[in-house]
Design a binder for this molecule. Sequence first.
Ligand code: ADP
Ligand code: 5GP
Length: 214
Amino acid sequence: MDGVSRRSRQGVLLVISAPSGTGKSTLLNKLRDEFTRLAFSVSYTTRLPRGGEVDGREYHFVDPDTFSHLRKTGDLAEWAQVHGHFYGTSRPAVQRMLDEGRDVLFDIDVQGARQLRQAFHQGAFIFLFPPSMQVLEQRLRGRGTESEESVAQRLSNAHRELEQADSLDYWIMNDNLEQAYQDLRAVYLAETLRRSYHPRLQDDVLRGGSDPAA
Ligand code: ADP
Ligand code: 5GP
């Protein structure tokens, strides 16, 4: 990265929501491969790990009592019940990453995205669309991670989630993966240029000081 985005600035929030199976994880992993300084907000969840998921990497897997305790102590910046399980974002973990000037990615549902906007007052909020309900079903089944019951529940919730897409600011269609990736990348790079993340830039230039991060 260069230009304004290279200079010392605050960490940005990039939030992505979509029906299960649309391609959020696939796209976020591509973004993290290209921009290795990007951090991922590891959520708490009461659902069980899928094969290949590692505690502390995809999620912090907790029991319902632990989740309820986190909620009561105010440790969650947002939380929601999704597909019959609880999911929530760690407020201290996110704050720590932002304080370090790191950009943070969130894979959360629409209800959570709305709460996060209230909690942090900034960020790029993206809704990712599947090309059709038929393709969504194929992707969800093709991933091979869900029981028949879970597939049915996720597809039925997909309608409701698509109806709420207008509470997010950017709409990306995940039909062609490479095109969707270029769109996501563009939103991320534009977000890093937002004025509010550069509180000192104007003064630095006016005073003629050198940028310590340059
Ligand atoms: P989500 O994180 O939104 O639940 P995933 O990233 O797990 O979705 O993607 C669901 C499945 O769809 C995966 O098997 C993934 O490889 C596949 N997939 C994602 N994007 C595309 C795309 N543009 N074209 C075809 N398959 C895709
Ligand atoms: P999955 O079980 O497929 O990993 O995720 C199910 C849904 O929960 C997805 O829509 C995902 O975006 C959402 N989700 C994951 N973590 C969080 C979180 O911390 N908060 C909220 N509100 N939703 C989350």
